[in-house]
Write a protein that binds this ligand. Sequence first.
Ligand code: NAD
Length: 352
Amino acid sequence: MAHEFVYTANPARILFGPGSQARIADEIRRLACRRALVLSTPSRRDAALALQARLGELSVGVFSEAAMHTPVAVTERAMAAFAQVEADCVVALGGGSTVGLAKAIAHRNDAPQIVVATTYAGSEVTPILGQTENGLKTTIRGPDILPEVVIYDAELTLDLPPAISVTSGLNAMAHAVEGLYARDRNPLTGLMAVAGLESLQRALPAIVARPHDLEARSDALYGAWLCGSVLGSVGMSLHHKLCHTLGGSFDLPHAETHAILLPHTAAYNARAAADVLAPAARLFGGDLGGGLHDFAAGLGAPLALEALGMRESDLDRAAELAVMNPYWNPRPIERHAIRELLGRAWRGERPA
Ligand code: NAD
């Protein structure tokens, strides 16, 4: 029998399936909008321009300066572009960086958001916005931040480089693993987490072997949706705290940091959360931390924080920061054990 729980659904409309980008125009009209500003990162500007051309008169411009961690200065330029072309909604084409910009705009002017997700980070289904200003990252939540419509079209992800696919997929899996032991977990987030892990466990090796495999790409997007939905519904713990610390204070890249730390944080919590982690552990051969490490290694994922440019001399400070204002975690956060965890992750060793 299920224990007592609270589940608050995030009310987004999801359109899933290869070719579903053909429905963006209808979705803009459904939102009673007529003038979309298309958003992307600089490297995806051509794809954004092509999307704008497909939308015809429903799109009034492209803003292609989206950047990691949603810098407020970029959002301010995007707000000016939005006003200049008299846009009435945004269409974000990309991963967490582009979705972050759409959310930041919506948070300021309540513009409806249609997100066409092309990585596996999961941000498109969360009411969470992390933005940076003067080197400080702040996180806000709110119903205005959650995108109204999300489109998952695997055809638009065929060119996502395998290396980014892998780290982004492991980023999604981290949402699911932490969701399994979240203090505010519920039966539905548990089902989504395990199904999301299964999809990504199946999809990522297939994508590495055949990057243009549409079925594997769809499977990965399905897993990303489920794992992102878990992130949007329950609280995160040690893993996300460590990633935020390393990203914020040592400027480490988002998805790679998640990919490297996941086996270690899963191992750290393995005993304290053994019952709720059991379905995930079974997927990875019984030992979740070791199994995730072998899985990541087999995909060619980065394994060592050293390879991301982190200095060994920063590990003590990182451990200190990580134990300050800790998030709730199933196992107490002990400075010595966290320092040890970080040391292993820095060297790229299999978790203890
Ligand atoms: P990203 O959005 O920066 O994308 C990574 C790279 O992949 C970029 O250069 C991008 O242009 C490129 N790319 C994206 N789609 C592509 C495609 N189809 N083909 C080729 N290249 C493509 O990275 P990300 O990992 O998706 O997102 C990271 C950001 O998202 C971070 O700022 C993180 O904090 C944020 N995030 C937020 C949440 C949330 O709920 N608020 C959740 C997860 C991540």
